[in-house]
Design a protein around this ligand. Structure first.
Ligand SMILES: [Zn+2]
Length: 227
């Protein structure tokens, strides 16, 4: 049972279809772990439907058009649209830890689901990273795979960052995050996750802006690897 969840704002955005695709993948993956958030999303969807049903459409017809059309439907994930054969993405060890929505996304983005076949790159001592999507403005969704005891370089973020644990556990200050948990770190907060001893940790991370390393060595490493 997950103990840390996406905020109500994130769940509301997901339920209304207003969220971006990367965050939608992370939240859909969390929902496979969390019956409480599944229930919350169902209730939010019902509220949204009731509000639409209660609108007087004749009154709305006299109003000028909104400057931007409102988002009224959940964005269709590429993975839902292309109808990939499920048999193709149940191969390989990643299927042991990645729930179906994430597995489909990984297969669609990278064409592989065997965890050792993903394009892992050095991200820090004991930490590897595989980018699933990177936008031109710095938004990204990536997997991090860390050895037991690995400490991330201290960093902060240019935007809110969501981390979903898929395997293992890490501590960040006094909080402990394990499989199914979502950590939300604010735009200005600095932190340094440390993976627990006893097993590797694999997590899915979504943010709108790149991370900002706090130490000089970390900044040099980031410049070299283009993180
Ligand atoms: Zn939850």
């Amino acid at each position: 049972m997950a103990r840390y969840h996406p905020s109500e704002d994130w769940l509301t955005a997901y339920a209304s279809g207003a969220g971006d695709e990367a965050t939608g993948v992370l939240i859909a993956t969390h929902l496979t772990f969390c019956s409480d958030c599944r229930k919350a999303v169902r209730e939010l969807e019902a509220i949204g439907g009731a509000l639409l049903d209660g609108m007087n459409m004749e009154e709305l017809e006299g109003l000028p058009d909104a400057p931007h059309p409102p988002v009224v439907s959940r964005p269709v994930l590429k993975t839902e649209a292309n109808g990939t054969d499920p048999a193709a993405y149940t191969q390989g060890t990643f299927s042991d830890i990645a729930p179906r929505p994430l597995l489909r996304y990984v297969f669609d983005q990278l064409g592989a689901t065997d965890i050792d076949a993903l394009p892992w790159k050095f991200y820090g001592p004991g930490v590897k990273r595989a980018v699933l999507f990177q936008g031109p403005d710095g938004a990204s969704i990536r997997l991090l795979r860390s050895r037991p005891g690995a400490a991330f370089p201290a960093h902060r973020h240019g935007s809110e960052e969501l981390t979903l644990v898929l395997k293992g556990a890490y501590r960040d200050g006094v909080d402990r995050y394990q499989t199914g948990d979502v950590q939300c770190v604010g735009e200005t907060a600095a932190h340094q996750p440390i993976v627990e001893q006893g097993g590797e940790c694999i997590a899915l991370v979504v943010s709108d802006k790149p991370t900002i390393p706090l130490g000089i060595v970390a900044r040099i490493v980031q410049r070299i690897i283009g993180a």
